[in-house]
Design a binder for this molecule. Structure first.
Ligand code: SF4
Ligand code: SF4
Length: 306
């Protein structure tokens, strides 16, 4: 994820620990749903120790805090020498104040998948009645003195893209000290394949994401957008996560991400080296007619704060 400078250098060096095996939500867009298979914390910890890993991201197919073994994992990994922890979570289990406080003592960053600040959209997308619990979880993170450790992870889908500007303002008003907001365009994978219409068009989302990013910038908040081609972010390219990766010399697409599709427009485009492109899973739904080759100089793009 982000390179937050030397102080948090561990973030770009962390290992993903895929320890979740179940979930307490049933999101329409879930691209990596749980399979119920448990990993053994002690076996994983032994591998981590051998590899000398000092920072991990707790994640997996499912929700890391939904199993009964969450703190056993932390204990085993700490014993193996891990010093820094990132947690990908939907925050539902953090509605238990004692659980949240205990977690906050060990977790350096909470990456919270929160698809809407509106109860009706949250219910539709997550197919749950746990909106109030997720909100309580977010409030408990704040109450535990960990607001700066909070990173919003907001998956953009057909159900919520019109509310992106409003969501941006809601995060700034309610969590003004949160680390940043990451908007990620939905992938047409996993359960999303069974949810017709869940993937919007880039051109539909474009004006709303730009307004959301502008709102956050005006409020002095950090934001980034992931999995959207640069031609859909014209004049806002500096907010692109992949552009930021290119700037710092990393591969544009993270490990485990499907490669970009080859399109004629991309082969003529000056932005190609720093662009995530359109993905094959997107093209299956909407084709590639929206992509527009650019002649803009990549070095003329100013990266936004991230
Ligand atoms: S997207 Fe996350 S919270 Fe939603 S069902 Fe999948 S694993 Fe659970
Ligand atoms: S044309 Fe292709 S390479 Fe250029 S910005 Fe669009 S998706 Fe990216």
């Amino acid at each position: 994820m982000a390179n937050c400078g030397q102080k948090n250098k561990w973030i770009s060096e962390q290992a993903c620990v895929s320890m979740a095996h179940t979930c307490n939500l049933y999101c329409l867009y879930c691209h990596n749903p749980p399979d119920g298979k448990r990993q053994d914390p002690l076996k994983t910890a032994a591998l981590i120790k051998t590899a000398g890993v000092k920072a991990v991201s707790l994640e997996g197919g499912g929700e890391p805090t939904a199993g009964t073994d969450f703190f056993n994992w932390i204990k085993a990994l700490k014993a193996a020498g891990v010093k820094n922890f990132m947690l990908s979570t939907n925050a539902v289990a953090l509605s238990d104040r004692a659980f949240c406080r205990k977690a906050a003592a060990d977790i350096d960053f909470f990456t919270v998948n929160f698809p809407s600040h509106r109860a009706e959209i949250y219910a539709k997308v997550t197919r749950s009645i746990k909106f109030q619990m997720a909100l309580k979880g977010l409030a408990n993170i704040k109450a535990a003195g960990a607001e700066e450790k909070l990173r919003f992870f907001h998956i953009i889908s057909s159900e919520n893209y019109r509310q992106l500007p409003e969501f941006a303002l809601w995060t700034a008003a309610n969590f003004p000290r949160a680390a940043f907001v990451n908007f990620t365009f939905v992938r047409n994978k996993g359960r999303a394949l069974k949810a017709p219409g869940i993937v919007p068009r880039y051109t539909q989302v474009s004006p709303f994401i730009k307004l959301a990013l502008a709102n956050l910038k005006l409020k002095g908040r950090k934001a980034v957008v992931q999995n959207m081609p640069l031609c859909a972010l014209e004049k806002f390219e500096g907010f692109s996560f992949e552009f930021q990766r290119w700037r710092r010399g990393d591969r544009v697409l993270e490990d485990g991400i499907a490669p970009k599709a080859r399109r004629p427009a991309c082969s003529r485009c000056s932005l190609k080296p720093a662009c995530c492109g359109a993905r094959p899973d997107y093209l299956k739904v909407h084709g590639g007619g929206e992509l527009k080759a650019s002649q803009k100089d990549l070095f003329s793009i100013t990266p936004e704060r991230f």
